[in-house]
Design a protein around this ligand. Structure first.
Ligand SMILES: *Cc1c(COP(=O)(O)O)cnc(C)c1O
Length: 404
């Protein structure tokens, strides 16, 4: 078992008081907190080796380049990509998804079909709608059931030779559902469709193995896995990345430029135009090392306990309903209390030092499905404790009394 109280000292922010109360941070689904090693990686870069990468022959430039590329290798190993050049640094999941959607504008034809699921974040809906508008392709939606699980028999029926692209998230940010992505990937491939997995929520809870999954693309953000904001990774299979056109033009992504013709750099640089976010990219590698030092199995064990305990305690509250009750679920609890607006509860518990998310969680179609304006979402990380859950439950009870 993890020594949670010791682990919490790795995260300076967790010992803070908010509104005079000890901070209870249950908004990990929106962004996770950062351990000192990640914070240090950022400041050490600026203190010791700040220089632009891939360009200079001078020593600092080489040190910075080595550190940045070492981070890429760390991430490659973490997700088990075959080649380091299949690991593209981005500014986040949204950037990665748009890069792929933009690339498919030159591949899709009118009448082709793109499948997304009913359980997606807006980041994994809107770029595909834009792609369909541009190309005349048709967007189809894999439906979900009342528990917040995708209905696989309906997915099977939607697949046809018209299906050119499929995309689903690995874990839903709004409901916590863990989707059966291996099944979905294999089925998509039976129809020769390419598939992207939105791993934004998954990377803090599990360790995706992209070769075993056999997905064509896997996108995620650094800030949701204890790394810095403004970082992310797009994994893509080499063959697909070679096939897609560059997303942005600029420095770094070219081989040769003349006014007649420009040729593009090899992977991964073809997709990394301009000076990247060097310090934070290096710190993302530190975050991955930190996760592995804690151990994914330990993280999962702790989070499973928090999910079970939090679910049980919250359901003691009369009139409380949990949205997202999938069999396979991660440590996210989305709930409402009958007759009370989620925003009002969020505001009151904040006064008591508790950070939860309220609203539609960038997943309005899910809220429409349940016919609710939004939910209160408590999303736990391994550094959270049962005592913090007790504090939240008491606060929610108090808010309920005040509001009803
Ligand atoms: C957070 C999130 C995104 C978007 O991530 P950004 O870091 O904002 O780019 C996409 N999909 C899911 C499931 C998310 O949770």
């Amino acid at each position: 078992m993890l020594d949670i109280h010791k682990i919490r000292t790795d995260f300076p922010i967790l010992s803070q008081k908010v509104n005079g109360k000890p901070l209870v941070y249950f908004d990990n689904g929106a962004t996770s907190q950062k351990p000192q090693v990640v914070i240090d990686a950022i400041s050490n870069y600026y203190k010791d080796i700040n220089a632009n990468i891939h360009r200079g022959v001078h020593t600092l430039s080489q040190l910075a380049t080595d550190a940045y590329e070492a981070s890429r290798n760390t991430i490659q190993n973490h997700i088990n990509a075959k080649f380091s050049h299949e690991v593209i640094f981005t500014s986040g999941t949204t950037h990665g998804i748009n890069l792929v959607a933009n690339g498919f504008a030159s591949i899709l034809k009118p009448g082709d079909e793109v499948l997304v699921s009913a359980i997606e974040h807006h980041s994994n809906i809107v770029p595909w709608q834009m792609l369909c508008e541009k190309t005349g392709a048709v967007l189809k939606v894999i439906p979900m059931n009342e528990k917040g699980e995708l209905i696989l028999s309906e997915f099977d029926k939607l697949l046809s030779e018209k299906t050119k692209f499929v995309t689903v998230n690995h874990i839903s940010n709004a409901l916590g559902t863990i989707n059966p992505i291996k099944y979905i990937i294999d089925k998509a491939h039976e129809f020769d469709a390419a598939i992207l997995i939105d791993g934004a929520q998954a990377v803090s809870h599990l360790k995706p193995n992209v070769q075993e999954l056999d997905c064509d693309f896997y996108a995620f953000s650094g800030h949701k896995m204890f790394g810095p904001t403004g970082t992310g990774i797009l994994y893509g299979k080499e063959a697909w990345l070679n096939k897609l056109p560059p997303y942005q033009g600029g420095g770094e992504m070219i081989k040769e430029v003349s006014f007649e013709k420009t040729t593009y750099a090899e992977l991964p640089h073809k997709f990394e135009a301009g000076t990247p976010n060097i310090a934070d990219g290096i710190a993302l590698g530190a975050a991955v090392d930190y996760i592995n030092a804690i151990g994914i199995a330990n993280i999962q064990e702790q989070e499973k306990e928090l999910l079970e305990y939090g679910t049980k305690r919250l359901l003691e509250i009369e009139g409380l309903k949990i949205f997202g009750t999938a069999e396979a679920k991660t440590s996210v609890i989305s709930f409402n209390i009958e007759g009370i607006h989620p925003y009002d509860i969020g505001t009151i518990v904040d006064k008591l030092g508790i950070a939860v998310r309220t609203g539609h969680h960038c997943a309005q179609p899910i809220m429409n499905f349940f016919q609710i304006p939004g939910t209160i979402r408590a999303s736990f990380a391994f550094y959270n404790t049962k005592e913090e859950i007790d504090v939240m439950v008491e606060a929610v009870k108090r808010a309920k009394l005040m509001l009803s």
